[in-house]
Write a protein that binds this ligand. Sequence first.
Ligand code: PFF
Length: 462
Amino acid sequence: MTEQRGNWTSSAGFVLAATGSAIGLGNLWKFPFITWENNGGAFVLVYLVCIAAVGLPIMMAELLIGRKTQKSAVGALREAVGPGWGLVGGWGVLCGFILLSYYTVIAGWSLFYFTRTIGWTTSGFPTDLPMGDLFGQQVSNAPLQLVMSLGFSVATVSVVYFGVQKGIERIARLFLPILFGILVLMLVSALGMSGSGEALTFIFRPSFSELEPAGILEALGHSFFTLSLGMGAMITYGSYIDRNQSIVKASAMIVVLDTLIALVATVIMFSVIFSVAGMAEQVGGSTVGMLFISLPELFYTEVPFGTLLGPLFYVLVALAALTSTMSLLEVVTSYVIDEHGVDRHKATVLCGGAVFVFTIFAALSFSGVPFLSTLAVFEGKTGWFETADHFVSNWMLPTGGLAITIAAGWFMTREATEGELADRTAPGWFRYDLWRFFIRYVSPIAVAAIVVAVFFFGVDFS
Ligand code: PFF
């Protein structure tokens, strides 16, 4: 069975692919923004605690369920926990489907800004074009949105089409080092800017009086999103892990790398923002503002080597997004392959096509199309795009995560999980009983708090 199924060629290949899934728009777009909103320091510290106390144990849980069963989300949960648990896997597949449909649209924006910045680098930055207007124009330009998201979908399908080794792992091995390289270049440039000291203080000096309780939940909610947990992506990637590999070591590496990249991205962005007088006041407005409105201009007016780093930055966003979208499509595709016996090529095209129908809805959410632009299910969220994002981030990921935690902690036997984690490959520092304590008590209580906050107190994570 192991032979028929794709497998990662090596432990490094797997770690890169899973890290690629984790590092995405969440790191470059959401994390800096919520750090900003929650006044830095204390929020970052709480986030680090959430990652270690909740994210890491659940990462291990998802990977072990996958490797144990060698099946994708639905089959894995059914086999590892019990027949009814397939539904939780199905919930995850649905979540992957919806998330992919609108994530692709934001990824498409990075393509637009890449082409724009290339143009500005070669023929000069337009001083008479407000960046807020440019963003508004591109996002409401229906044909443009469709072309860019189609381009991104085709790229995603092309990777997953070639399977685990020749597609996903190969692209991760190629792109992640490039991504790290670009970030290092940007970090060096950003640290040389006058605002870097203030940025570092903002990010790393905790001041607990500035953190609201909702910020703690936001840190917790984001730790799920950023680590690609709660929807079976890591179960699916885990199902391709070799028995000789340590799930504990791999999980630790993925979690550390993802966190490091989120912090580096935040240091870069805030160094730039704090270097420009008045910028800090302007940024607050919207999540996308920082990435697509404030930064483009700053590359051409403030950042050392910005004409070079501008286009490179949007390459970085696109690469980070692609290594995430391919994991999302893999969740859906591997379900169709495993559960319905369809071959990979057919399954990939079929799933990619089906998701794209919904990508069209998300892409047209800002163009004034009736229903798509006006849909209002959740308070304060207008249009298909915002509704989908709200539903996934607030309702689907936390409930899926809660179910997976309970499955691993309470419905799987000690022997079943211990055999996967505390085997001869486990590193010396690992204590199985500690993991078991966290997965049985700490993680479920923490995740239940998110679910309660969303259901009963209307807290918003999207
Ligand atoms: N972890 C990704 C990010 O931070 O952007 C988002 C994501 C990708 C979530 C893949 C879930 C997933 F399966």
